[in-house]
Ligand binder design. Structure first.
Ligand code: SAM
Length: 238
């Protein structure tokens, strides 16, 4: 079933102009067809009542919610090339609710402004990926964040994937056990990893270091590893 984003209120479905264009002229929806509309939280089954003008009515809510029951925030050191897009695209499929690109001591790519065209592109990637995997919610992508702002965050569980823990540290899966998982923040270092000072600052701010196994992963692989493990852990308990 085709998936769109719009607003659904009191049975009234409104799609933004570009979604209307996509539905009518790209996908060429037909009268009487059923489509899905995500409103930022839930997904609704809708009926195409009329094409010109486009009118949609709500048939009901999609059978099962597609959001994780935990708000997962993935913070990642801004990476070179298209690796940031890769993290946002795949992380969205795996249920991440927000992405926080940050700058730290060993970040190679250092954007000058907190907002730029690459962030706009990342938000577009999040929207397209959410549509493709039929989520109700489009994950947010925050402006570039400083390392000190990252330390001040207040999610219920704050973790950082620390390469120095690779061989001897506690695994992400073990660390999730028995914790209040109302909201989780996971921090992945940039290509060069975390400095000793940053690792200490994270620990002092209540972040728990976790191992992602015995091999040193590329940052983008580490991000997907974390999103996959959290999603498997949370959905396995539902
Ligand atoms: N330059 C670092 C080194 O040589 O040790 C490796 C950094 S790694 C490419 C980028 C980030 O991925 C790390 O900062 C960490 O957050 C995460 N990471 C990769 N492999 C990991 C592992 N086995 N355990 C924990 N974190 C890992």
């Amino acid at each position: 079933m085709q998936h769109y984003f719009g607003s659904v209120q009191n049975g009234l479905v409104i799609l933004p102009e570009e979604e209307v264009h996509h539905l009518l002229h790209v996908k060429r929806a037909e009268l009487g067809e059923e489509i899905e509309v995500g409103d930022g939280e839930d997904v609704f089954r809708c009926h195409v009542d009329s094409l010109d003008p486009l009118r949609l009515s709500v048939l009901g809510q999609a059978v099962s919610p597609r959001e994780l029951s935990v708000a997962v925030t993935l913070a990642f050191g801004t990476l070179k090339g298209d690796h940031n897009e890769f993290i946002v695209q795949k992380g969205t499929e795996l249920g991440v609710s927000s992405f926080v690109p940050f700058l730290s001591a060993r970040t190679v790519v250092r954007p000058k402004d907190p907002e730029d065209g690459k962030l706009i592109r990342l938000r577009r990637v999040a929207q397209e990926s959410a549509k493709q995997c039929r989520r109700g919610k489009i994950p947010s992508v925050s402006p570039y964040c400083s390392f000190s702002s990252l330390l001040a965050r207040n999610e219920a569980v704050k973790l950082f994937a620390y390469e120095s823990e690779a061989l001897k540290g506690t695994s992400l899966w073990e660390t999730l056990k028995g914790r209040d998982l109302s909201s989780i923040l996971i921090v992945i270092g940039p290509e060069g990893g975390f400095s000793d000072g940053e690792a200490k600052a994270l620990k002092d701010a209540g972040f728990l270091p976790v191992s992602l196994g015995k091999r040193i992963l590329r940052a983008e692989t580490a991000a997907l590893y974390c999103a996959s493990v959290v999603s498997a852990y949370v959905e396995g308990k539902e």
